[in-house]
Design a protein around this ligand. Sequence first.
Ligand code: 13P
Length: 287
Amino acid sequence: MLVSAKDMLVKAKEGHYAVGQFNINNLEWTKSVLLTAEELKSPVILGVSEGAGKYMTGFSTVAAMVREMDKNLGITVPVALHLDHGTYEGCYKCIKAGFTSIMFDGSHYDINENVAKTQELVNVAHQLGLSIEAEVGSIGGEEDGVIGMGECADPAECKRIADLGVDMLAAGIGNIHGKYPEGWPGLRFDVLDAIQKETGVMPLVLHGGTGIPSDMIKKAIDLGVSKINVNTECQLSFADATRKYIEAGKDLEGKGFDPRKLLAPGAEAIKATVKEKMELFGSVGKA
Ligand code: 13P
């Protein structure tokens, strides 16, 4: 059931758990995430970066695929189709394509411009029933061409953005997209705590979910994080399972080269990763 992310995140914040955003790259990814969410009766957010949208030939292709797959698989749990790290133009494209949620990443603008653009997009999104995520500070590392220096967010700026009526806020707290480097000092819980105090009941988003130790995830949820984004970890699971299949020579046995067979171990591996994360985030049975 395609819905905006608003209600599922309000419930998550009240219930002290988090909803996972899993980024999708193709049909197999989408199917694996949807089936796992249904099996575990968990709400879920499908994240689409601008790069992944382009790869799948455009946001309207993605929206049509997700909508039809959701219907044809008989998915009953709440599913939000969400733009990840959207540009101003990208947000309008996704609104037009039929997404149910958008992220406007204005973190590279100065705060006044971030506020002005976010405010405009909040008004448009809400008028059309979409939820909207904003960003303050920046997530370190690189994701699909979006590069961040990893500055921690300023709690006062977070309050300014939260007051615009955004449904969720991504704030840099030392988190990084992709694998965490050796010697990473960990999440800045002091900053998260200060942000949560300023922003109150508004759901906070933790990007860079790949590789954050379980105890830090749990502490982040305790401090007000209600949405956690995972991308790289599904990619690593998929690649690992696919490599094993090929290295074992299975593609050379019978019709093992059939893409439906070749991609099946990777698709199963994505399901296992999504399941593990949903259990850790506490969203199982919350649909
Ligand atoms: P990872 O790739 O580190 O899991 O981060 C995902 C993310 O934050 C998507 O916006």
